[in-house]
Ligand binder design. Structure first.
Ligand code: NDP
Ligand code: HSE
Length: 428
């Protein structure tokens, strides 16, 4: 058997302790599968005295992640601290610069600094692996870089934030408001310390930025993502969408368009019978489309101790076997700058508005849609509430620009109360 692979693990929270547990539980299995013993040289967290439910006294300890990352008895630095700046970034850079391989679950770090870290890893001939960073336990990085490597990809999309999917699903099943279910999710500990990372779509967008780079050979470009969270989704929209045969999902979409690489993370409608439409609770799903494979749907746990640690171990084992490759699938200097697409391709849209319940009101709305070139596919009006009536419209495919023009003109009709809600319907 080859020399043991020696790890230094920084961060002993949910994921770090999960990794420790797998290494302790499956030591023989991992050695048999990789041909090397996988051992832990030392650990690092903020509080050494904290009871973490696993005995730690047999391992070395560093209170500074950089000291751990640069130890002579560490071959692979496993970064499980988190955050796109601060100790995680400094320690990962130090590890690569001192010739260590790095495994991380840190999507924020890769989404913001992926290009410079890839360049640094290549400069020093080291691996930088991050299977756990996108969709937790789902092996989506391997799917794109290994299993589907013979494909030209046209679209990658998915539900990649379990907390948002939990909130949207619970709103639907309970009929309760966004605020009530947000409080419930928070109470259950499902949300990040800064919940805006979840409900604002930022966490999921970090993941999308990484997938875009892998799928389309572009530099990671988080700032190029059209980003909108789920905060404005009301129970009325969830109910109305269901009535028209759709579910609302925080959907990330990266696709090649005639106008560049489009990246969107925003609430969308998907058919309720589709795999994405049937994805309930905190589960994640990634859909990959390639020219030879057609469509592949990957579904599984996107977070939590076991699933995330499972993905971290996939990277550790690859390094133990000597499997390496460019960080984002191509040498860093061949990754194209990712200019955002100038517009989204046409799509059908869902519109919900409150209309004055008086003669001619609907005709005025239909007129402004028609004048903007937006064609109505389906329409439904419900019994009026007070003086206004809820109206739902599903349009035929239209451009975002035509829709925006129609919505602007609608404001001038004086028959629509408040602002209409407009959500894209994604073909899945
Ligand atoms: P936790 O908050 O549970 O744990 C973070 C750990 O980092 C803690 O052990 C903490 O120490 C340690 N830490 C924080 N600051 C420092 C520092 N300055 N020096 C040394 N140690 C430090 O995070 P998670 O385990 O949930 O997440 C880790 C990474 O995995 C993140 O990048 C996250 O985005 C990613 N991830 C997490 C998933 C999940 O389900 N939790 C899913 C997918 C990815 P102490 O315990 O002493 O406070
Ligand atoms: N907050 C994230 C989620 C954790 O809900 O999916 C995993 O990245």
């Amino acid at each position: 058997m080859s020399q043991p692979l020696r790890l230094g693990i920084a961060g002993l929270g949910t994921v770090g302790i999960g990794v420790l547990r797998i290494i302790r539980k499956h030591a023989d299995l991992l050695a048999a599968r990789t041909g090397r013993e996988i051992v832990i040289s030392a650990l690092c967290a903020r509080d050494r005295s904290k009871d973490r439910g696993v005995p730690l006294d047999r391992y070395g300890w560093e209170s500074d992640p950089v000291a751990l990352a640069t130890r002579d008895d560490v071959d692979v630095f496993v970064e499980l601290i988190g955050g796109d700046e601060g100790p995680a970034k400094v320690a990962v850079e130090a590890a690569l610069a001192t010739g260590k391989d790095v495994v991380t679950a840190n999507k924020a770090l890769l989404a913001i600094h992926g290009q410079s870290l890839a360049e640094l890893a290549e400069k020093h001939g080291r691996a930088l692996r991050y299977e756990a960073a996108v969709a937790g336990g789902i092996p989506v990085i391997k799917a794109l870089t290994e299993g589907l490597v013979g494909n030209q990809f046209s679209r990658v999309m998915g539900v990649m934030n379990g907390s948002c999917n939990y909130i949207l699903t619970r709103m639907e099943t309970s009929g309760l408001s966004y605020a009530e279910i947000f409080a419930e999710a928070d109470g259950l500990g499902y949300l990040e310390a800064d919940p805006q990372l979840d409900v604002g779509g930022i966490d999921a967008a970090h993941k999308l930025a990484i997938l875009t780079s892998l799928a389309f050979g572009t530099q990671v470009n988080f700032d190029g993502i059209v980003l909108e969270g789920i905060e404005r989704i009301s129970i009325d929209d969830i109910t109305a969408a269901a009535d028209m045969g759709y579910k609302i999902k925080l959907l990330g979409v990266a696709q090649k368009t005639g106008r560049g690489i489009e990246q969107r993370m925003q609430p969308c409608l998907v058919p309720d019978t589709s795999p994405l439409g049937q994805l309930d609770g905190g589960t994640n799903m990634v859909v990959i489309e390639g020219d030879s494979i057609g469509q592949v749907v990957l579904r599984g746990p996107g977070a939590g101790e076991g699933p995330t640690a499972s993905a971290v171990m996939a990277d550790v084992c690859d390094i133990a076997r000597g499997m390496r490759g460019p960080v984002f699938g191509l040498p860093a200097n061949q990754l194209a700058p990712a200019a955002p697409a100038s517009s989204s391709p046409p799509a059908p849209y869902y519109l919900r508005m409150a209309l004055d319940d008086k003669p001619g009101a609907l005709a005025k709305v239909a007129k402004v849609l028609g004048e903007a070139g937006v064609s109505i596919d389906r329409m439904r009006q419900y019994g009026h509430q007070d003086t206004s009536a809820p109206v739902l419209i599903v349009t035929h495919k239209t451009t975002p620009e035509a829709l925006a023009a129609a919505l602007e003109a609608m404001a001038g009709t004086n028959v629509v109360t408040g602002s209409p809600v407009a959500l894209r319907i994604e073909a899945v």
